[in-house]
Design a protein around this ligand. Sequence first.
Ligand SMILES: C[S@@+](CC[C@H](N)C(=O)[O-])C[C@H]1O[C@@H](n2cnc3c(N)ncnc32)[C@H](O)[C@@H]1O
Length: 221
Amino acid sequence: MQEHTTRIIYNIWAHFYDPLLTKLVQRRQEQAISRMDLNPGEWLLDIGIGTGLSLPFYSQDLNVVGLDISEGMLGKAKRRIEEMDFRRARLALADAMRLPFEDDSFDHILVSHVITVVSDPIRLIDEIRRVGKPGCRIVVINHFQSGNSIMALLEKWLCPLCQKIGWRSDLALEDLMVQTGLDVDFRYKLDNVDLWETVFITNTPAKKASDAKIPSGISAA
Ligand SMILES: C[S@@+](CC[C@H](N)C(=O)[O-])C[C@H]1O[C@@H](n2cnc3c(N)ncnc32)[C@H](O)[C@@H]1O
């Protein structure tokens, strides 16, 4: 899916996202964020933050940057930030595959239900590695292609339909890891029949550590 189409689709989704998906999404986000080992003053990038459903689970002493390509979704996130009076949260309107931040800017990166929405997941991972500090914790919440061959076939078959409503259903986590050279630290599902997974990864590139700084290209919410 190309980014200009994604933007249009999610500007429409912005009107229905919270009423339809809050419960489903927040179950996973709450669990994942509680396991992220976040410390006061650290910088966290929430890629494809959408309407900001993750925001209630961050402590307000964390510096949170939410980035999204859809101004409709970001508008909802902005309202949530104002309602929460979350002063250390900022938003950026940008394409996740061209992140407007310097190298080694973030301590933690959350990618919740986004990796199968972008047109080039490998490029997204490359960008995440670039802006994440060495050792940065990268957490991906997503549906990945099933290991069961019949389910995988069904997911491939359903993919064109899924793309029309905003994501693809045929991305295999193993392929992504092989192509990016990253290793999974651990992964889990909320229960046996859960279609979504949470995957914890550590940023491993040999890059020099940089001092904590306000990443360029962000503005206050
Ligand atoms: C399924 S929603 C997930 C929103 C939120 N992370 C959540 O879990 O509720 C996907 C989000 O990714 C955003 N998105 C898709 N492609 C993007 C891109 N290339 N750059 C930035 N955001 C993107 C969409 O606008 C949308 O808000």
